[in-house]
Design a protein around this ligand. Structure first.
Ligand code: GDP
Ligand code: MG
Length: 218
């Protein structure tokens, strides 16, 4: 039986942000369904998809709700609602376009800090690493930036299916890390002296239901 002693969070919300056409939708599609569609033009309709993932830490499953934009990033018009209650934010840039890296540093990271919860886990994905011959973003520079903000870094290719599972594994492990959870708990208690814990993520019911929920991209 699931422990019903506290409010349940239905899953771990993960948001992907970054400039248009860096490959956010394709990364999500790869992660959720294992498919890559090179004919994706743009994303219509806000959507999220869920995947139940077995994590090394605690040997438990975590239901990831991965949120995709509806193309509003083109107008830099993502609302606060998009970031609300997100546990993980993945900043995606395209390794062949320096401007997309610059904008995660100067804009998307700031957006996450401004609109997301204080203690959000941040990941950075240098996507399209299959196109390394056209690389404009030096990997070391990107790694240094990631280290400077305490983010997890990965080079990914939605086309070749490389680095994506590792990235989701690493951010999930960080989120599940008992030290990190303890930190969240302390912050919650400070914010919420009534003792309501909003960081319980594991629900036995969800563990038995690993199905994808909704998918409308790629
Ligand atoms: P979004 O606007 O950030 O959601 O980007 P999309 O997922 O729609 O992808 C934009 C374009 O980049 C599409 O034409 C994809 O086929 C292409 N693309 C996405 N990921 C990769 C990748 O890893 N490698 C290559 N070569 N192309 C990719
Ligand atoms: Mg998209």
């Amino acid at each position: 039986m699931a422990d019903n002693s506290g409010p349940k969070v239905p899953g771990c919300k993960v948001v992907l942000v970054g400039e248009s056409a860096v490959g956010k939708t394709c990364i999500i599609s790869r992660f959720i369904s294992g498919a890559f569609d090179s004919n994706v033009s743009s994303t219509n309709g806000a959507s999220y998809a869920s995947k139940n993932v077995q994590y090394d830490k605690l040997g438990k499953n975590l239901l990831l709700d991965v949120w995709d934009t509806a193309g509003q990033e083109k107008y830099r018009a993502l609302t606060k609602f998009f970031y609300k209650d997100a546990k993980v934010a993945i900043l995606v840039y395209d390794i062949t376009r320096y401007d997309t890296f610059k904008s995660i540093k100067e804009f998307w990271y700031e957006q996450v800090k401004e609109n997301g919860p204080k203690n959000i886990v941040i990941g950075i994905a240098g996507n399209k690493c299959d196109l390394y011959e056209k690389e404009e973003v030096n990997e070391n520079e990107a790694r240094e930036f990631a280290a400077s903000i305490g983010a997890i870094f990965a080079l990914t290719s939605a086309q070749n299916n490389s680095g994506i599972n590792e990235l989701f594994r690493d951010v999930g492990n960080k989120y599940l890390d008992p030290n990190f959870q303890q930190q969240l708990q302390i912050e919650n208690e400070e914010k919420n002296p009534e003792g309501k814990n909003t960081n319980i993520v594991l629900d036995k019911k969800e563990e038995k239901k690993p199905e994808k929920k909704k998918k409308s991209f790629c």
